[in-house]
Design a protein around this ligand. Structure first.
Ligand code: C2O
Ligand code: CU
Ligand code: CU
Length: 477
């Protein structure tokens, strides 16, 4: 019998209905190995977690299979995943596989792509993994509370031939609003958080723990996968004494480069893969610092070098280049263009928005727990009329204009998009993302091929903003 969180992997699974798809995948795999089927069973339920260390009380959380973060899924590109999710919570849930280009029915959006999983119910997610990279999973039902209480986990899709690193590590960043007795403050979804910066906590964790020193050895080359699983916290991370190279963003390889201004900017839901060469000397210690909100550095953790033997004299000199995923290239000349205005929030000057088909003054919106709009429409729970319908295969440019006083990490489901410009200037690397952080009053153009049929969410990943109306649907038909 499988137990909760258990994982079985069957290479050569080539029987029954799945065989056609698997055979196709096998022939398209670069390195010729047979795709594996990986099966997990997850229980979403209340649990206890030692977030703040051994000397402090445990915290009541909601989590997958008893752990924060949930079990790390690690599979190979082209493999197939099957996850049976059981709901042990007292409310509806779903699981969304953030950044994965999967069939719409597996996308985990309640009422849009599936009925929510009722308490005591279950849902089976099964899909192939077309792209290598760093992804994650989380609920899409009342996400502002469910994610904020601990429901999130990493989904790592390895390249067919693993790149040359001594270690491949994940730092999943969490942010918690804890009371003095280390319990989660229950003030989820309050209007103050919703209409300003979102729910910022007071305790940052790495992989579900207040970070301890990160132990390394001189000469090591580490792949560090940063995943921002917080509701609302933006990080700008600096690695003192080191020269990290950014090698992938939101799972998609990027030309290796030093982070702009020496800081790795990573908004909610974003991922950054770093090649981190351990250039320090045995016994040395360096801080990793966060500077987004204060400017003054706040220490996240220390990188601590072991005494004694080195892994090698110095890390290799060459950059690690990851093989590109096969993403459809948007045809910019032929693309249809759409303006997308982000409005609302405190100090944004929005007077009213359309709510359930009617114009509503901001004052009344606030009473309904709404504060944001996309193209003048504030989304409510069950309103899923598409803002845009795109013909399948069409190239599309979205001209995103942030008219608010707050940053917004805007996320598109089911696709990856290229960032082609910011404030009118061409983006230097035209990176592929699934979540683009747009600063107050900033403008960004993104482009993608609408090749995945279905109704796809497009929303702010500050989860309080999403709940407060900054959400819409793009239909590909
Ligand atoms: Cu990571 Cu619609 O979400
Ligand atoms: Cu997503
Ligand atoms: Cu937002």
């Amino acid at each position: 019998m499988t137990s909760f969180g258990s994982h079985t992997s069957r290479r050569s699974f080539l029987a029954g209905a799945g065989s056609a798809a698997l055979t196709t995948l096998a022939s398209s795999r670069a390195h010729g190995s047979v795709p594996a089927l990986h099966e997990f069973r997850f229980l979403a339920a209340p649990g206890r977690a030692r977030l703040t260390g051994d000397e402090r009380p445990d915290t009541n959380v909601w989590c997958y299979s008893g752990r924060v973060p949930g079990p790390e899924i690690r599979v190979k590109q082209g493999d197939r995943l099957r996850v049976v999710v059981e709901n042990g919570l007292a409310e509806e849930t779903t699981v969304h596989w953030h950044g994965i280009r999967l069939p719409n029915a597996m996308d985990g959006v309640p009422h849009l792509t599936q009925p929510p999983i009722q308490p005591g119910g279950r849902f089976v997610y099964a899909f192939d993994l077309p792209d290598a990279g760093t992804y994650w999973y989380h609920p899409h039902a009342r996400a502002f509370e469910q994610v904020g209480r601990g429901l999130f986990g990493a989904l790592i899709v390895e390249e067919p031939g693993p790149p040359a690193f001594d270690r491949d590590l994940t730092w999943m960043l969490g942010d918690w609003r804890l009371t003095p007795s280390a319990e989660i403050s229950a003030d989820f979804g309050n209007f103050m958080d919703m209409s300003h910066a979102g729910r910022l906590g007071n305790t940052v964790t790495v992989n579900g723990r207040v970070p301890e020193p990160f132990r390394v050895r001189s000469g090591e080359r580490i792949r560090l996968r940063l995943i921002n699983a917080t509701n609302a916290r933006i990080f700008a991370l600096g690695f003192k004494g080191h020269r990290p190279r950014v090698i992938a963003l939101d799972g998609q390889p990027v030309e290796p480069h030093a982070p702009d201004a020496g800081r790795i900017l990573i908004g909610p839901a974003a991922r950054a893969d770093l090649a981190l060469d351990m250039e320090g000397q045995p016994g040395e210690s360096f801080a990793v610092v966060e500077t987004f909100y204060t400017g003054a550095p706040i220490k996240l953790l220390d990188i601590r070098y072991a005494e004694g033997a080195r892994v090698r004299e110095s890390p290799p000199a060459d950059d690690v280049r990851l093989p590109a995923n096969r993403l459809p290239e948007p045809d910019l000349a032929a693309a249809e263009r759409h303006e997308v205005l982000l409005g609302g929030g405190m100090m944004g000057g929005m007077q009213s928005a359309t709510v359930d088909g009617h114009t509503m003054p901001m004052r009344d919106m606030m009473r309904r727990g709404l504060a944001w709009a996309i193209n003048g429409v504030a989304a409510t729970d069950h309103a899923h009329a598409p803002m845009l319908t795109l013909a399948r295969g069409r190239s599309c440019v979205l001209d995103l204009r942030n008219e608010t006083a707050w940053p917004h990490p805007m996320h598109l489901h089911g696709h990856a998009f290229r960032v082609i410009s910011r404030n009118g200037a061409p983006a230097p690397r035209r990176e592929w993302l699934d979540t683009v952080l747009i600063q107050p009053k900033e403008r960004a153009e993104i482009a993608f091929v609408a090749d995945n049929p279905g109704d796809w969410m497009f929303h702010c990943h500050i989860l309080e903003h999403q709940a407060g109306g900054m959400s819409t649907v793009i239909r590909v038909s």
